[in-house]
Design a protein around this ligand. Structure first.
Ligand code: NAP
Length: 309
């Protein structure tokens, strides 16, 4: 079967088309024939050898974390799925390899894909959705009426986070370039700040909660706008040796696992119309390098998805 592998760290050109054998599902696993895989910024970090995941890479290596497809075969003891079922999910933490035509995965961590959700949407919503749910509902425990600042609302995680926070009844403030302001207002943002021309610390104060998807100095400056005893969760890299500049803020790093209940929550939010899929640009699997070129701009709106079938 076809796969995209890397044999060294480097630019998008290290992503090369290859042929590998199809895996066989073990007990409790399913073999999924992939229709789509999404491209996450973490994929690019691993490709460059800079992400936390890069430490465990041995070449040749296949990257990618979330996918959507159709079950081709079931291992022993799989009772909830049968061949032909459409499913989506995210590989376990520390496991990668979705830029290919088929993969095996524990049946217990994937979910049935609703017919109303396309394979491109399912792959686009999987890891971004899990991350937003774990950060905003489980970690920050955002409450109706609270004011949340989402740093970086237009990307894969951000668009879901904006919609989820709005759905939970929060007042949503986010940062983006002007071309994305209408998009984010349509998703439920009450206020969008152009971070290129406006310093958010000059226009905001008394924020209850910050969800930081940008990191670096944006993370450090975010403390300035929080209320006493505010909460901040972050998922992007911090400045080297960065320390919180205030000790009255609860700072949290969400632990994003993989499990079916969170995928079912994504489905529920999607089916009830609380969340719509992000803007999606699809490229064929063979053009994974071009997909990484786009992700490396850091200005993709929504998600890039690889079309495999
Ligand atoms: N489990 C985890 O811990 C986990 C999971 C998922 C993601 N992450 C990390 O979280 C971060 C965000 O992920 P993502 O998938 O949302 O990224 P993404 O889709 O690549 O984000 C792209 C968006 O970032 C916006 N952006 C770029 N620079 C900005 C700035 N200075 N201020 C505000 N917005 C800015 C761009 O909007 P404009 O074009 O409008 O500027 C663009 O739409 C990444 O570092 C990723 O690796 C971690």
């Amino acid at each position: 079967m076809k796969a995209i592998e890397i044999n060294s760290f480097g630019g998008p050109e290290v992503l090369q088309v290859t042929e590998i054998p199809e895996p066989t599902p073990k007990s409790g696993e399913v073999l999924v024939s992939l229709h789509t895989a999404s491209v996450n910024p973490a994929d690019s970090k691993v490709r460059q050898g800079t992400g936390a995941g890069a430490a465990n890479v041995t070449f040749p290596y296949i990257i990618g974390r979330d996918f959507s497809g159709v079950i081709k075969a079931c291992g022993e003891d799989v009772i909830e799925f049968k061949p032909g079922d459409a499913v989506f999910g995210v590989l376990p933490v520390g496991v990668e390899g979705t830029y290919l035509e088929a993969l095996t995965i524990e049946a217990s961590v994937i979910a049935p894909k609703p017919e109303t959700m396309s394979h491109a949407e399912a792959a686009a919503l999987a890891l971004s959705g899990l991350t937003s749910l774990v950060a905003i509902e489980d970690t920050l425990e955002l409450q109706a009426g609270e004011r949340i600042l989402i740093q970086g609302g237009a990307g894969g995680v951000g668009n879901f986070a904006v919609q989820l926070a709005h759905h939970l009844g929060a007042e949503v403030i986010t940062t983006a370039s002007p071309a994305n302001h209408d998009y984010l207002r349509d998703l439920g943002a009450n206020q969008v700040i152009d971070y290129n021309t406006q310093d958010f610390t000059e226009v905001l104060s008394d924020i209850d909660v910050v969800f930081d998807l940008i990191g670096g100095e944006v993370h450090q400056r975010s403390f300035e706008v929080l209320k006493p005893n505010g909460r901040l969760a972050y998922i992007a890299p911090l400045l080297k040796n960065a320390e919180p500049p205030r000790d009255d803020i609860t700072v949290m790093r969400p632990k994003v696992g993989r499990d079916r209940p969170h995928l079912l929550r994504i489905i529920d939010l999607y089916e009830t119309g609380a969340i719509i899929a992000p803007d999606i640009q699809t490229l064929p699997l063979e053009e994974a390098g071009k997909a990484h070129d786009l992700v490396d701009t850091h200005h993709v709106r929504g998600k890039i998805v690889l079309q495999i079938k």
